[in-house]
Design a protein around this ligand. Sequence first.
Ligand code: ZN
Length: 261
Amino acid sequence: VPELPEVELYARFFARHGLHRTIQRVEVRDERILGVTRKDEFVRRLRGKQFTRVRRHGKHFFAYTDGQAGAPVLHLHFGMSGDLAFNEEPRHTRVLFAFGDGTKLAFEDMRLFGVADLVDDPDAFIAEHRLGRDPLDPHFTLRDFRELMSKRRGAVKAMLMSQEVVAGLGNLWVDETLFATGIAPRRPVEKLRDSEVKGLFTAMRKIVNEVIARKERGLEPPPRYLLWHRQEGERCPKCGGTIRRSVVAGRTTYACGKHQR
Ligand SMILES: [Zn+2]
């Protein structure tokens, strides 16, 4: 499943291959991939335009077209199996953009949980869907994070999973953040010390950045990550304690019974 780090890499891939080329042809090969925009409108509004810049917010991807007001913005969500391909047409290509210079970009999604759609304004989309801050947004500060947290009560894991607080972090990276910070997933947000809140904010961004940087070089996350030890009874790579499985915020959760307090 494409998580935030994968979606960031897709955004970079799109930026490398899909920008500043005239969209000569748009093929919607399976209409089930579309959101609210109908096929003929999707094709008509993009044809002849160029994608000019990309933006990622959580697990949502946007590609703007030439600057004028009312210009459509492509919205992609990669669902469970979405991916992009350049100058290839994978078997499950749902939308294909053929550019005037002979190149082509395919959006594939075998399981069809993804979405290709048009929006007029990504900011309005983000507000409408009550999406919280993007964890890597450079304007997202510790102060903002503290303020968001101050409005929440209950398990810290549920708070980090909430899309209205941080968009797109996902179960694995939330567990990893708590593991790195030594905080038990069930600890109530309101009981966290200031230093712990700061630790969460720093760890969350560091982990996502590290995973992205490594993935970009074809590397897996480091062996010291909880990721490799997500099994009941495993030994904690950090302190030798025992990894425990539980359900927090409705999600399968792994945490060290010793160093996560
Ligand atoms: Zn431990």
